[in-house]
Ligand binder design. Structure first.
Ligand code: ATP
Ligand code: MG
Length: 560
């Protein structure tokens, strides 16, 4: 635990300190990528608790993803020690779930209502057809709540109950929202109910990283924060601690035509004169591009040294870079296949974020149910194991209770899948069930895993890596275009923001590549480099492709 008190803000720069120590009332922190938003947010919470006698249990910190919430919780633990546990940290969905659980009866739900999984939804949809009223009624009859309803039901409940609104405002006097640029209409309504117009609401974000409008997010809420909340204080953070100067310069030029931040400035804190330029590679095909990634990774991580990982050793020839420092980012999931194949052929370990939800895996719902009702004891991970055993025994012999659909092997796999999440949740069963219900993913992308990370640009938000490959920087992928349709200006602007998010994930080394031909929608076509590259000064790039046409690796030449 770090020392709390005067030294608390020492690790912040001047503007971060202004933001962290601002007095109560609405506060908007407009901050570009890599300017230390999470750092500032956690220090603000710690400062308020240590210096202004705010109680940790009066603080509510909301983020958009479970991973971001875990990261926030982890950093708060480091700053505040055990009392950090009293801060409520969660996603909008887990917040909605908390409100619903606490007021189930008032919302017309039984105390043990459950979140519908894909199978539940498919069944209800099958029975209800297009009839949305009926669909909800069917879910309700089975004590189920749809994921969207985790937000709409609490909003409806609070709207009709001023007393309840007062109670929550009394409980969470200090509210913090990260990535505020991605708030949607219902989340915004929930926030307005929880925070009065002059409340201690601290919103942090970057309008230039708004990339979720296709899901209903509206950057407009960010832009009109000072109209919605009275006497809002505005703090801007402009110093970027993440990226080398050439990477940052390229990113700032790339966003300029669509920037939503007046006079966007991002000053590099890192001023290494030796910093390499942005590598640019024009590949002939997606396969050539994949080879380029493999070659470069191989050189960086030290030639053949990684092969020794196969035999369980990391031997000599050590370099300071390891596979976990490297990420490959792409616009569409379909682009991953050739890269995964090429890396696998070169024996380079890969981890790819999966979007499959844990709760949709066979066996998982049964174990969660069992956990709730079987009265087990011990640590959460031990309880998951016991629940698995009970289920496996019950289903080893065919039963007549009608729920024999779970196979023992599914139960075993489910126990393996659930154990890491159980460990992360300690003894907190409610937290564990909340995380399952609100979409914990199958793979817990492990930042320390000794593997190259493959991610879509959307999934890369908020993360940073020493080395980043942004592949497929082509017209049609960035901006994304479907055959026969042209993206409108707003869509192009959002694609440009996505490109900006990608470029700004890199700390030391950034490679941008494009292929001259690529198969999409079942046909291979000639492609052009992304128009987003045109606004970047060519002097910031180092061309890595041969300037003359590459000589074909043709054995005929050797025959002479
Ligand atoms: P994004 O918009 O991409 O989510 P962010 O604003 O949340 O970026 P952080 O991830 O919090 O940025 O910080 C970026 C990096 O800069 C981190 O590695 C962080 O530790 C470092 N950093 C932030 N502030 C400082 C500081 N005052 N001194 C040194 N390093 C800092
Ligand atoms: Mg961040």
């Amino acid at each position: 635990m770090e020392e709390v008190g005067t030294g608390l803000l020492d690790r912040l720069d001047a503007m971060q300190r202004v933001a962290a120590s601002a007095p109560g009332g609405p506060l908007l922190i407009v901050a570009g990528p890599g300017t230390g938003k999470t750092r500032t947010l956690t220090h603000r919470i710690a400062y308020l608790c240590a210096e202004l006698n705010v109680f940790p249990d009066q603080c509510l910190a909301i983020t958009f993803t479970r991973r971001a919430a875990e990261e926030l919780r982890h950093r708060l633990d480091g700053l505040l020690g055990p009392v950090a546990e009293d801060v409520t940290v969660g996603t909008f969905h887990s917040l909605g779930l908390t409100v619903l659980r606490e007021n189930a009866a008032a919302a017309g739900l039984p105390a043990d209502f459950r979140i519908a999984d894909d199978a539940d939804r498919a069944t209800a949809r099958g029975e209800a057809g297009d009839d949305d009223e009926r669909y909800t009624a069917l879910l309700r009859k089975r004590d189920l709540v749809d994921l969207d309803e985790l937000l709409t039901l609490p909003v409806a409940l609070l709207k009709g109950d001023r007393k309840l609104v007062r109670e929550y405002r009394e409980r969470w006097k200090w509210i913090f929202v990260d990535e505020y640029q991605d708030v949607d209409a219902v989340q915004y309504e929930l926030l307005r109910l929880l925070s009065p117009p002059d409340g201690n609401l601290c919103a942090i974000g970057d309008p230039d990283q708004a990339i979720y409008s296709f899901r209903g997010a509206d950057v407009g809420y960010f832009l009109r924060f000072s109209q919605d909340f009275t006497d809002a204080r505005l703090v801007r953070l402009n110093r970027n601690y993440r990226s080398s100067a050439p990477i940052l310069a390229a990113a700032v030029q790339a966003i300029a035509p669509s920037s939503l931040v007046r006079g966007r400035r991002l000053d590099p804190a890192r001023l290494d004169p030796e910093a390499p330029l942005v590598g640019r590679y024009a590949a002939s095909s997606a396969y050539d591009e994949a080879d380029f990634v493999v070659r470069t990774v191989d050189e960086m991580v030290g030639g053949l040294s990684h092969r020794s990982l196969d035999s369980g050793r990391i031997d000599g020839r050590a370099t300071s870079l390891s596979f976990s420092d490297i990420a490959v980012l792409y616009r569409t999931d379909a682009q991953a296949a050739p890269i995964v194949d090429a890396l696998a052929r070169a024996n380079i370990p890969v981890q790819k974020r999966s979007h499959d939800r844990l709760r949709d895996r066979p066996g998982v719902p049964a174990i969660a149910r069992e956990l709730r009702h079987a009265g087990l004891d011990g640590s959460l991970a031990a309880r998951v194991r016991q629940a698995g055993q009970i289920l496996a025994e019950r289903f080893a012999v065919p039963t007549l209770d009608g729920s024999g659909a779970v196979r023992p092997e599914d139960v075993r796999t489910a126990v393996d899948l659930l154990t890491p999440l159980a460990r992360r949740c300690g003894d907190d069963l409610e937290l564990f069930l909340n995380q399952l219900a609100t979409g914990a993913e199958v793979d817990a992308l492990d930042p320390r895993a000794e593997a190259v990370t493959l991610l879509t640009l959307h999934a890369a938000k908020g993360l940073e890596f020493p080395v980043v490959f942004l592949v497929g920087a082509e017209d049609g992928l960035l901006p994304l275009r479907w055959p026969g349709s042209e993206p409108d200006d707003d869509a192009v602007a959002e694609e440009r923001r996505l490109f900006f998010v990608g470029l700004t994930r890199a700390q030391d080394r950034l490679y941008v590549s494009h292929a001259g031909r690529r198969a999409r929608h079942g046909a291979e076509r000639d492609t052009r480099p992304s128009p987003f590259l045109d606004v970047i000064d060519p002097a910031l790039f180092e061309r890595l492709d041969a300037t003359e046409p590459r000589r074909p690796k043709d054995h005929q030449l050797r025959l002479i």
